[in-house]
Ligand binder design. Structure first.
Ligand SMILES: Nc1ncnc2c1ncn2[C@@H]1O[C@H](COP(=O)(O)OP(=O)(O)OP(=O)(O)O)[C@@H](O)[C@H]1O
Length: 278
């Protein structure tokens, strides 16, 4: 059986207690993802060192830190994108909705529908706009109205008004910012719980980047968003909580974004944020 036609093994609903929403105070949000003592190696090189962290529902969580400190590695562990890197070895737990995503009975393809990912460089398929968004739906054997879902996803990605009359044109003909929103629509279509974003605006001009930032705020009404960014102003602007990774793949401080940027506990974090290194 191929990965794509196997039935979803990952739990697809998250047990939440009280009605959680973006309006809930930060300390009242439910845990969606929890890592415990996560260690990741590429061959002999350790990229993450004992990372234990909870991600909360409807949060925008920013992962910041200097180059090579393991932010992208951490992000890719959450939906098992690191499985595709042969030399990569993961130890420890990554729980999503209470289930360890590294358990043998978890289907990584089903997991990636629940935890979508958007990369730094927009990477639409060389297909029509419609087919780009419908791609995941077709793989999962979606039984609803595909065109309706494509429209909903493009609306949720703030792209519908710009492309509704050209759904059969190639996704590659769009501008960089539009291509990135198309990739966001593609991630949204299978109805995920979590959207991972790895520096989603760093390849875009400031206007296109600002549109994506606004969109992230809207997306958090519906989804949980985890974003890697090198741009500290961006982290401060758009995130609820910020995790600071430093050299050696260690999570050094994780707190409400305001606390991290205004009054961090760790001198090293203050030094990093104020530009003393990094
Ligand atoms: N595919 C890979 N094969 C081997 N080593 C890797 C691979 N990907 C990452 N690494 C190493 O793991 C460490 C962490 O890299 P990672 O890309 O996770 O850091 P990062 O904080 O996201 O960096 P950046 O901000 O530059 O994107 C680095 O030393 C990097 O060289």
């Amino acid at each position: 059986m191929s990965e794509s036609d196997s039935s979803p093994k990952i739990q697809t609903t998250i047990e939440t207690g009280d009605e959680a929403s973006r309006d809930a105070p930060l300390d009242a949000r439910d845990t969606v993802i929890e890592t415990r003592d996560l260690n990741v190696y590429y061959g002999d090189e350790q990229a993450l060192d004992g990372v234990s962290m909870e991600i909360f529902e409807h949060d925008v969580t920013a992962l910041i830190g200097p180059s090579g400190c393991g932010k992208s590695t951490f992000l890719r562990c959450i939906n098992r994108m690191n499985d595709m890197i042969e030399v990569c070895r993961v130890e420890g737990d990554v729980e999503f909705g209470g289930k360890n995503v590294y358990d043998d009975d978890v289907d990584p393809v089903a997991l990636r529908r629940k935890i979508g990912i958007v990369f730094q460089k927009p990477n639409p398929f060389p297909k029509s706009i419609r087919d780009n968004v419908a791609y995941g739906l077709k793989i999962q054997g979606y039984e609803g109205d595909v065109d309706e879902r494509v429209e909903e996803s493009l609306k949720a990605a703030a792209l519908w008004d710009e492309v509704k009359d050209q759904l059969d044109s190639s996704g590659l003909d769009l501008s960089g910012g539009q291509q990135q929103r198309l990739c966001i629509a593609r991630a949204i279509a299978p109805d995920p719980e979590v959207i991972l974003m790895d520096e989603p605006t760093s390849a875009l001009d400031p206007v296109a980047a600002s549109k994506i930032e606004d969109l992230i705020d809207d997306l958090a009404e519906e989804y949980t968003v985890i974003i890697v960014t090198h741009n500290m102003q961006q982290a401060a602007r758009i995130s609820d909580r910020t995790a600071v990774f430093l050299t050696g793949g260690r999570l050094v401080e994780y707190d409400d974004t305001t606390k991290i940027f205004e009054d961090p506990e760790e001198q090293r974090v203050e030094d990093y944020i104020t530009g003393k290194f990094g």
